[in-house]
Design a protein around this ligand. Structure first.
Ligand code: HEM
Length: 522
């Protein structure tokens, strides 16, 4: 006679559970690295998209890295057709497969959106097409309006927008003037007895843009602001360095040398900003003159929330929110505006007739006097020149969006899990939209505004478009007009023989080896 147990023992249950869990994890892994990409590929191909077949794990990453390395290995001949050097893999994919194409970023397909009408829809439907989520490491460096979505973004945008209204920007004109004046003053001191000097204008323009943000963000606490941004740059370099490796969740919590340094810097920055905020709050309460800097504007509009240490009903920004937004202005506003000015100087050096036309306009409006707000808003030729520089050399060459649920885009149905790439550097130079002279530097095309310059106004979006358009657009344009007017009032300039044409995509579209220019004192 045998005794049969009709219940399963606890160890058996545990073993079965572990096996099931391992099977589930195994299935998820296989699905992630093989079945899901293949499924997405089929859906895209069925809708007419073309691209390389999926290759396990790395997709097109190896080729993209090789193309980028090759493009950066040598300068290009001077031409405004810079996309092959700036975004080589995207450019070659579109050449090979056409405008309806995709690439593999590892296991994720990235679809190229080249049609301006589709672009408009992507910019409009901000909840369906969101910016990719930032890694926690990047958030340490650049949290704030740029990375928020949904209600949080709505609230922040609403509160911050008034700080960038034209009336507030008008009050900031003395700060814009001060920073540009310091830069041209330095250049004047470098002019030789023969009346000229050669220099790389890139670091000077970057320093000027950084100075502008320190002054406009921190006002009377400008020196502390400068220190804050120095630390911010140091933190940025470490974050970028760490982001280059493979992302391992939780790695940032390990006490490695670099992690400790990043934490230390982040803490120092926050403490310094907090110190400045306290000073400003005190002076506001003491009834001192209203200040016009961005930080004071944000503090003023959030005083109730701040008094309550951010525990208010959530109507305003908390202290940490304000700290994050101030850090973000520096990251989003410094390099972009400097880049616009760098390429403007390079192009006006190469197209001397336009330099002369711009200078004639500046002298007609200001003579040798300080540029003022009203005069800056009347600069027509200078505006046309900036538009043409932003068209050919957009500081942000490509935008990214994610598709988190199946979404319609015109006739297309995009499956969840694909990424979108908006290569505006290609759209802004597409001969079908801009004519056969699309690669020529011809500011005249903007003489009757953007709508007359192209077949579709959504083919010109250097600041993005729609609800999430760059909040600093007017700030950047006033700053750039002030700097260029003051440069044109004092100097004529040409490319130095040591200049090499090397546009490439770093954080923005920059000359890889600087912008070497010869200045002549007028
Ligand atoms: C020539 C100069 C500039 C260019 C070309 C530029 C370009 C852009 C672009 C293309 C976007 C949107 C990207 C996307 O849709 O994914 C953007 C967003 C943004 N920019 Fe700028 N920018 C410039 C200057 C500035 C300045 C001076 C500031 C601040 C002081 C600034 C602050 C921001 C912020 C906070 C956002 C996020 C807006 C939001 O998501 O609501 N930018 N910028």
């Amino acid at each position: 006679m045998s005794f049969v147990k009709d219940t399963i023992s606890v160890p058996t249950v545990m073993i079965i559970s572990i096996v099931l869990l391992l099977l589930l994890l195994g299935w998820k892994l296989v699905d992630w690295i093989w079945f899901r990409p293949k499924r997405l590929e089929r859906v895209l191909r069925r809708q007419g998209f073309a691209g390389n077949s999926y290759r396990i794990l790395h997709g097109d990453l190896k080729e993209s890295a090789a193309m980028r390395e090759e493009a950066m290995s040598k300068p290009m001949k001077f031409s405004n057709h810079i996309a092959p050097r700036v975004i080589p893999s995207v450019y070659h994919t579109i050449q090979l497969y056409g405008k309806n194409s995709f690439m593999w970023i590892g296991t994720m397909p990235r679809v190229h959106i080249m049609d301006p009408e589709q672009l408009k829809t992507v910019f409009s439907l901000i909840n369906d097409f969101q910016r990719p989520t930032m890694s926690p490491l990047l958030k340490l460096f650049a949290n704030g309006l740029f990375s928020y979505e949904g209600q949080k973004w709505v609230k922040h945008r609403k509160i911050i927008s008034p700080a960038f209204h034209l009336k507030k920007l008008k009050d900031m004109i003395p700060e814009f003037y001060h920073s540009s004046n310091e830069m041209v003053g330095k250049w004047e001191s470098m002019i030789s007895r023969e009346g000229s000097c050669e220099l790389d204008v890139m670091p000077y323009l970057q320093n000027m843009a950084s100075d502008v943000i320190s002054r406009t963000a921190f006002g009377s606490s400008y020196e502390k602001g400068k220190k804050i941004f120095e630390l911010q740059s140091e933190l940025g370099a470490l974050v970028i360095q760490s982001s280059l490796g493979i992302y391992i969740p939780g790695w940032r919590f390990l006490p490695t040398k670099s992690n400790r340094k990043m934490k230390e810097l982040s803490k120092k920055i926050s403490t310094l900003i907090l110190g400045v905020m306290n000073e400003k709050e005190k002076s506001m309460k003491a009834g001192e003159a209203i200040q016009t800097d961005l930080l004071s504007i944000l503090i003023e509009s959030n005083l109730d929330e701040i008094k309550d240490h951010g525990n208010n009903k959530g109507m305003g920004l908390s202290i940490q929110d304000i700290i994050d937004e101030c850090k973000l202005f520096y990251i989003t506003g410094q390099e972009t505006t400097a880049t616009l000015l760098i390429w403007t100087m390079v192009l006006l050096s190469s197209y001397s007739k336009w330099q002369e036309r711009a200078r004639a306009e500046v002298f007609e409006i200001f003579g040798n006097k300080k540029p003022d707000y009203d005069g800056l808003s009347r600069l027509k030729v200078v505006t046309m020149i900036f538009n043409e520089v932003l068209r050919l050399y957009p500081p942000v060459s490509m935008y990214a969006r994610t598709v988190n649920k199946e979404t319609k885009l015109g006739k297309l149905t995009l499956p969840a899990g694909v990424m979108l790439s908006l290569p505006i550097i290609l759209i802004q130079t597409d001969p079908e939209l801009w004519g056969q002279d699309a690669y020529e530097f011809n500011p005249d095309r903007f003489s009757e505004g953007v709508s007359k310059a192209t077949k579709n106004p959504f083919a010109f979006v250097p600041f993005g478009w729609g609800p999430r358009i760059c909040i600093g657009l007017n700030f950047a344009m006033i700053e750039a007009k002030m700097a260029l007017s003051m440069i044109l009032q004092r100097f004529s300039f040409e490319l130095s023989p040591s200049y090499t044409h090397t546009p490439h995509a770093g954080l923005t579209t920059q000359p890889q080896h600087g912008a070497h220019i010869i200045l002549h004192k007028l």
